[in-house]
Ligand binder design. Sequence first.
Ligand SMILES: *Cc1c(COP(=O)(O)O)cnc(C)c1O
Length: 337
Amino acid sequence: MYFLDLPRFSLGFLPTPLHKLKALSSYLSGPSIFIKRDDLTGLAFGGNKTRKLEFLIGNAVAQGCDTVITGGAIQSNHCRQTAAAAAAANLDCHLVIAGEDISHPTGNLLLDILLGAIIHWSGKFRKGELIPEVADSLKSTGRKPYLIPYGGSDRTGALGYVDAVGELVGQAELYNLNFSHVVFASSSGGTQAGVLAGKNLFRQNFDVIGVQIDKEPVEGLPLEDKINEIFSGLADMPGASKRWEPGNIILVKSYCNEGYGVVGKAEKEAIQLLATLEGIFLDPVYTARAMAALIDKIRKKEFDKDDTILFWHTGGTPSLFAYSEELSGIQNLTMIP
Ligand SMILES: *Cc1c(COP(=O)(O)O)cnc(C)c1O
């Protein structure tokens, strides 16, 4: 048996809803677009890290750890969900966060503080590079820390998305849907590796399209290599099969050139369209960029009209509040009818 007998700590309200984006689909007059609402996983404003953390926190508890450590950018959704998961599991949480102390925390950082996380400022390091250092100092004071990598992206965390594919397949069968493409924001590789392994486990045919959000490498590796590394780890586990293939890893790279966390015109349009047509919030860093890429590809007729596309909403909405300056000009955007 694969993963079902591994330690898991229940955190999410699962399954998350799956529904059609009717107004957006007809506005674009292209393929049918459905959305899987992992912005509604339920843990502290939700997001894709909740699924990863069920397995990561499960491991931490099984190993008798008393503390978790992770890290990320100042508006890290992963840090916020880890802080919430640690609170729910009665573990201490240390976060290694880029930048330096600020007087008016907002968005995810405010939530980290409310959740009781202890913050270590790491200056220019925004991908948890100093996690081992913090772990060493905690160990020297007798603590037993569990290290969660940047983005929760190792094979343990990625199991959350292996399981999520099973959830998606169950819903698709119920509603008689046959997805041709699954599209989502890809950044530290755990989600994409997990979806690819789930595609093998549940014998699915859809194309897995990761929209790359951040052009900088992850732990020294280009994103494809990181995805491959995590995928191999998943394929090596008991109950998996050596015959599993990640296939040709599809990463759409052309939308991240402005850099991580830079909100451009395309991201703003995606936020505005989803809000005004569907009443759904995208986040400025990840899901807005991924949706902007999908919209652009539909406009460029890169999909067939009878394709059925799943957009996987991976969360992140609390960071909207930290981008109020960038987003305040949004009313000036003209909608193209
Ligand atoms: C972390 C994150 C992602 C990227 O997931 P990875 O597994 O790191 O590739 C996408 N969207 C949001 C909102 C995230 O917080």
